[in-house]
Design a protein around this ligand. Structure first.
Ligand SMILES: Nc1ncnc2c1ncn2[C@@H]1O[C@H](COP(=O)(O)OP(=O)(O)OP(=O)(O)O)[C@@H](O)[C@H]1O
Ligand SMILES: [Mg+2]
Length: 460
């Protein structure tokens, strides 16, 4: 139902390793085959260059010191050829100087020998995340297929992952599910996902907005009526409960229902029968009920406006959809998803979202949640003159965020040499499991200097 990360990696990622040390090559071979990647391993720089002639690699692990052609030279050539390939430098004699030089030349990161398999995994995962973010294609979305149509729920955040799991668990059961969350968080989409992943998926999925009709009409909408039961009832009508027979019935905005209709809904769920307005006998119905609300039903129960028994009946399985501001990781994948969607719908070809806009989207607090983000992107796609979405095509209240951002940026991104040195020392210490002699050797300083630095930077 949703692409697992490992499937994605095995299918998509190509990894190249170039190292002249046999033990390192063996280590990579074991790890990469166990994790299911496509990979090539070579023992010198020349062969690495030959390999990239033939295949597009996503990640290249490159030894710094190799006999024929060393890492720096290979790095330069890779970066001339492809900006998409991420290069991770492997170094045994890591000094800040060489590592910084490599990063300047475009390497993504570096690792110091000896290293643990987990270090490699972490680097690979970080690169995958970055790639996903850039392309907007996440490995962790949930697809809803119905007929020839397809909807996709975007969500890479751990919170959304939990929700997907919950959907997997509850979809095949007949449990009632109460979906809560602020307006625009995707409640209806979740209801759809549950239905179209359930055993009822070939049967109808019906939605009724409980706030949209006056009481009598609403009752007839839900349960139907018999001819002549009230003025205007010129023919017998089937209600949604009957029309959704064997399928799923989604009661949207359930908080708007009167107490008397609440009682009837409860009976429909519990006894699986309903009575048409004006009828005397009951009709059997087999319907799974899903409900959604953006206000706190518990509170309504306390105020006597919502039946406690119906509340418990509905919330057998509660699904809470967090606000978008509580899952910022989802903002950019959603933005890219909507960019694609509205390019198609509006026949436009906006290719990207500028860095400045991305920062604004991440900083904004989205009171209208995903729906608001969707509207912002749709509007931008329509009015943008450039090839990418720029701040000019955002609503003014979003444009204004930029001013508050610039100051912060500077503080965050520009770090002093001391900070870099501190971080690097910590990194080497981790790589050597805290072995100080080894660390000093790798750093190219004597032990005394290392101790001084540890003290100065207060590193344990
Ligand atoms: N995770 C998501 N991935 C893709 N699209 C989403 C996602 N969440 C919401 N949307 C889109 O955002 C819009 C609002 O979603 P939806 O109508 O499901 O929200 P809601 O919670 O029911 O809102 P309301 O409380 O206002 O009824 C829809 O167009 C929906 O397709
Ligand atoms: Mg809704």
């Amino acid at each position: 139902m949703y692409g697992k990360e490992s499937e994605f990696m095995a299918r998509k990622l190509n990894i190249l390793v170039a190292d002249d040390e046999e033990s390192i090559r063996l280590g990579f071979e074991q790890l990469l085959s166990r994790d299911g990647y496509n990979f090539t391993i070579v023992d010198d720089g020349e062969k690495a260059l030959q390999a990239i002639e033939k295949t597009d690699y996503d990640i290249i692990f490159l030894d710094f010191k190799m006999p024929l052609l060393d890492g720096i030279e290979v790095l330069k050539q890779i970066k001339q050829r492809s900006i998409k390939t991420e290069v991770v430098i492997i170094t045994a004699y890591g000094t800040i100087k060489t590592a910084v030089e490599a990063i300047k030349l475009g390497a993504y990161d570096y690792i110091t020998k000896p290293f643990l398999p987990d270090t490699i995994r972490k680097v690979i995962n970080k690169i995958i995340e970055k790639k996903n973010l850039l392309s907007g294609v996440s490995t962790r979305n949930l697809e809803i297929e119905y007929g020839d149509n397809k909807d996709i729920i975007i969500g890479v955040s751990p919170k959304m992952q939990e929700i997907y799991e919950l959907i997997h668990k509850v979809a095949p059961t007949d449990s009632t599910v109460l979906i809560t969350g602020e307006s625009g968080t995707g409640k209806e989409l979740i209801a759809k996902a549950i239905h179209y992943n359930s055993l009822r998926k070939e049967k109808p999925f019906l939605t009724v907005d409980c706030g949209s009709l006056v009481e009598t009409l609403f009752e007839s909408e839900l349960f139907g009526h018999v001819k002549g039961s009230f003025t205007g009832a010129i023919a017998t009508k089937h209600g949604s409960f009957e029309l959704a027979h064997q399928g799923t019935f989604f009661l949207d905005e359930i908080s708007n229902i009167s107490l008397s209709i609440q009682a009837k809904i409860l009976r429909a769920i519990q006894e699986k029968e309903i009575k048409r307005v004006g009828a005397t006998d009951m009709v059997k119905v087999d319907v799974r009920v899903l409900a959604a609300t953006n206000i706190d039903l518990r509170k309504l129960v306390d105020e006597g406006k919502f039946r406690e028994d119906l509340f418990y009946r509905l919330s057998v399985i509660p699904i809470y959809l967090p606000a978008l501001r509580e899952r910022k990781e989802d903002i950019l994948p959603l933005a890219f998803h909507f960019l694609k969607k509205y390019n198609m719908k509006r026949k436009r070809k906006i290719e990207a979202i500028s860095e400045a806009v991305q920062k604004i989207l991440l900083a904004y607090n989205w009171p209208g949640n995903v729906r608001e983000l969707e509207n912002v992107i749709e509007r931008a796609v329509v009015i943008e003159d450039m090839l990418e979405i720029t701040t000019a095509s955002l609503p003014t209240h979003l444009q204004e965020i930029e001013n508050t951002l610039t100051g912060k940026e500077v503080q965050e991104n520009i770090r002093s040499l001391d900070e870099l040195e501190r971080e690097h020392i910590q990194k080497v210490l981790r790589a050597t499991n805290g072995n100080r002699s080894k660390s000093a050797r790798i750093l190219g300083i004597d032990r005394k200097t290392l101790y001084d630095k540890l003290k100065r930077y207060q590193i344990e």
